[in-house]
Design a protein around this ligand. Structure first.
Ligand SMILES: Nc1ncnc2c1ncn2[C@@H]1O[C@H](COP(=O)(O)OP(=O)(O)OP(=O)(O)O)[C@@H](O)[C@H]1O
Ligand SMILES: [Mg+2]
Length: 465
């Protein structure tokens, strides 16, 4: 039997929860304040904690913090007043599983509790988290945190702001939130804010009526109406002009739209997910983004880590993209040499996962054998080898002799060295604008030797692969 601890300072509320949940088949214990709750939590193994926020003494949020320290796996549902949405934001930010607002909707309580306790019965949280998102690759703690947040916020109607550098997977995550939401079967409408010219924005978002402006030959539904009952994904939200920001704020506040040229106001029921690669707090300070709009959008903010911050996920991502592009391009490139992987592990990925994906796609396309070798990696000049450089003082090129045994056995030492040599020469020539003299200097070999090698490796166009 699933056991729930319900904490509320109001006796009537405790009774209400107790009766309702007992009827639903849960074992319910109540506590009148947070301190009592903590004592009970010490001695009994509950599956779920439901707590009011505003209570005399320790608040629900403080209780949540204490529980997250002691029993981080225990799901906590916060009861907040409908009139204080900020409490809900704080609760979600601080790791609550979900929140329910007073006055209660009994069905909502039941479904939130059902999903919170379903979670407690799952196997290991880690397995589940990455399994739940098969197309978002990552098992680093940074990504598990993202998965956890996505999973908890998806079934709620809260607006979500996803932010992070370009190529970190913001669109993937937005889609995942929709797919795990209660409106997953309704539409998911992506709207790239930067792609719509300002003068068309209003009509694109809110629709227009026939004749409202030149070119409005028919009534047209706006994108928000298309998203009715589902999710609107506002991508690149940082690019919205001030006028549209103001109009959007109104939509979020009033949950209604007015098509251009129409006097009729239409109610809409849409969940908003926004994304940006800008730091919106900075945009707010600079007066370019409305603070009130930010808070409406970022009820739950999700930050996506850069690939640099989660290098441990690189091998998994490489495998995933190797499979993907081998299948797409009808090739059999199944592996990456350990040396090539090492180069990637030392690379910074300013373009994040998108850049890694492109590198592997090109590698697969260019490779004739079944293994990706360093020379198939098209990284910007000298990148990925920098770390070696500092680590191995005896080798200024940055290419150390770490070549795995398998790789040697696979293609032989001669060939490995030749490939490295060829790649270095190509890099040097690109760097020096194809001046053999300067390239030789850079490589610390004689001009003649360089000329010989260029011929030997037939490097006609050093920037070509
Ligand atoms: N964790 C991941 N696992 C697998 N593929 C990923 C992951 N993250 C990103 N990708 C892939 O990388 C590419 C870029 O991702 P996406 O378009 O979601 O990035 P973005 O954050 O929206 O970037 P931008 O700010 O430039 O729009 C996509 O092809 C996506 O499928
Ligand atoms: Mg994007």
């Amino acid at each position: 039997m699933i056991s729930i601890l319900a904490v509320d300072d109001e006796c009537s509320m405790r009774d209400f929860l107790s009766i309702l949940l007992t009827k639903e088949g849960y074992k319910v214990t109540t506590a009148p304040d947070a301190e009592t709750a903590l004592n009970k939590l010490d001695s009994t193994d509950y599956d779920l904690l439901i707590t009011d926020n505003r209570m005399p003494g320790m608040s629900g949020l403080e209780l949540l913090a204490a529980v997250k320290e002691q029993r981080p796996e225990l799901p906590v549902i916060m009861i907040t007043a409908f009139t204080s949405p900020d409490d809900a934001v704080l609760a979600m930010k601080n790791g609550a599983f979900d929140y329910i607002s007073k006055p209660f909707n009994v069905d909502e309580i039941k479904s939130v509790i059902a999903s919170a306790t379903r979670n407690t019965n799952q196997k290991t949280p880690t397995d589940n988290l990455s399994e739940a998102f098969p197309n978002i690759i990552g098992t680093s703690k940074e990504m598990l945190r993202v998965f956890d947040l996505v999973k908890r916020v998806a079934p709620t109607p809260a607006n979500v702001l996803i932010y992070g550098e370009s190529g970190t997977g913001k669109e993937l995550v937005a889609q995942a939130i929709h797919n795990h939401s209660k409106v997953a079967t309704n539409s998911f409408i992506p709207i790239t804010c930067s792609a719509i010219p300002e003068e068309l924005m209003e009509s694109e978002l809110f629709g227009h009526v026939k004749g409202s402006f030149t070119g409005a030959i028919n009534d047209k539904k706006g994108l928000f109406e298309e998203a009715e009952g589902g999710t609107a994904f506002l991508d690149e939200i940082g690019e919205l002009t001030p006028i549209i920001q103001t109009k959007l704020l109104r939509v979020l506040q009033e949950r209604e739209i007015k098509p251009v040229g129409s006097h009729r106001i239409k109610q809409i029921d849409v969940r908003f997910i926004a994304a940006t690669n800008r730091i919106l707090e900075e945009e707010i300070s600079a007066g370019r983004f409305r603070e009130d709009l930010f808070y409406r959008l970022a009820v739950v903010p999700i930050r996506l880590p850069s690939l640099r911050e989660r290098k441990s996920d690189v091998p998994l991502l490489v495998d995933y993209f190797l499979k993907k592009y081998s299948a797409l391009l009808g090739k059999e490139v199944r592996e990456i040499s350990s040396y090539a992987l090492q180069i990637l592990m030392n690379y910074d990925f300013p373009g994040n996962v998108r850049e890694l994906e492109n590198i592997i796609e090109r590698g697969v396309a260019l490779e004739g054998s079944n293994i990706i070798l360093p020379e198939n990696l098209t990284l910007p000049q000298n990148q990925g080898t920098q770390k070696h450089e500092t680590e191995s003082s005896n080798n200024k090129t940055g290419f150390t002799t770490i070549t795995s045994e398998e790789e040697l056995l696979d293609i032989g030492l001669e060939q490995v060295l030749a490939r490295i040599e060829k790649q270095l020469i190509r890099h040097a020539l690109v760097e020096t604008n194809n001046s053999k003299m300067k390239a030789a200097e850079l490589l610390k070999i004689s001009f003649r030797s360089l000329r010989y090698k260029v011929k030997k490796y037939s490097i006609d166009d050093p920037s070509a692969q």
